[in-house]
Ligand binder design. Structure first.
Ligand code: HXC
Length: 278
């Protein structure tokens, strides 16, 4: 039985009217310091990523992408579980054509295309699709109780939300093969050593540290932040030469922004910059 209760986010719009959004599988915070926090909230199923959850996540990220107030997003789970993967019970009902037409593919694409910084705060299990969601984040902070794995092989399947491709680019061939072929989990510190995670902390501080970073990023000039994310991610899929060319073009584009002039002027005048996002 589904125990998760519908949760809501109240947002004050320009005309003063409160808009309420109902979510079943996630909790969406108020925007605070430019940061929106999304908490995966299906405790009864270890935050398994059923279609409903992914759809809500994709919807919120799409809104966050269009909302100038949101400068960075933190995604987190509970103290025990980030996400235990695709919902195996839901998956069991799909045949090959069902898998082919699975709407979750589109939700994953929306998550992958989120243009602003996405920071994952991971405690406990991040398995299968949960580990793949972690790899959709730009920065990953993990509690020392976190465990990462791609146990799909035990179900007669393979990672299906980018795990084979993102894992090998993130942790290298040998560890990617080890995780995907054996289904074994790795610890937070191993994940950090292999570049899947940038920092490990005590579980009580995981969300706080991720939020601290997100808030810091939220104070940076937003056009430069977006360009940096876009160009960095291109390194995954392009040659050094075309990546460097894209970097040069983005670098040149930024020379046309007011925030670049402001940043340089503030440095020269030994004062804090006042970025406007222009
Ligand atoms: C649906 C899940 C689930 C999942 C856990 N649960 N993982 N339900 N889908 N992925 C449910 C269990 O059925 C159980 O509910 C409750 O959560 C607690 O799980 P337990 O197994 O009782 O807990 P525990 O013994 O602590 O073991 C935790 C665990 C184990 C190691 C995380 O649950 C586990 O191995 N889960 C599956 C992990 C996995 O194989 N992930 C990959 C999925 S495939 P009930 O009501 O039954 O008691 C995948 C493909 C990605 O992700 C493709 C993307 C497109």
């Amino acid at each position: 039985s589904e125990q998760s209760t519908a949760t809501s986010r109240i947002k004050n719009t320009d005309d003063g009217i409160s808009m309420q959004h109902e979510y079943q599988d996630i909790i969406v915070s108020e925007i605070s310091g430019g940061v929106l926090t999304i908490t995966l909230n299906r405790p009864e199923a270890y935050n398994a990523l059923r279609t409903q959850l992914l759809s809500e996540l994709a919807t919120v990220l799409q809104q966050a992408a269009a909302d100038d107030e949101v400068r960075a997003v933190v995604v987190t789970g509970s103290e025990k579980v980030f996400a235990a993967g695709a919902d195996i019970k839901e998956m069991a009902a799909l045949d090959a054509v069902g898998v082919l037409n699975d709407p979750r593919v589109l939700h994953w694409r929306t998550i992958a295309q989120f243009p602003k910084p996405l920071i994952a705060a991971v405690n406990g299990f991040a398995l299968g699709g949960g580990c793949e969601l972690v790899m959709h984040a730009d920065i990953v902070i993990a509690g020392d109780n976190a465990q990462f794995g791609q146990p799909e092989i035990n179900l007669g399947i393979i990672p299906g939300a980018g795990g084979t491709q993102r894992l090998i680019r993130t942790v290298g061939k040998s560890m990617a093969m080890q995780l995907v072929l054996s289904g074994e989990f790795i610890s937070a510190t191993q994940a950090r050593d292999f570049g899947l995670v940038s920092e490990v902390t005590i579980p009580e501080r995981t969300l706080e540290r991720a939020t601290e970073l997100a808030r810091k990023i939220a104070t940076k000039p937003p056009i430069a932040v977006r360009q940096a994310k876009e160009v960095l991610l291109k390194a995954y899929e392009t040659t050094l030469d075309s990546g460097l060319s894209l970097e040069r073009k983005a670098f040149t584009l930024l020379a046309a922004t007011e925030d670049r002039n402001e940043g340089i002027a503030a440095f020269m005048e030994k004062r804090k910059p006042n970025f406007t996002g222009k």
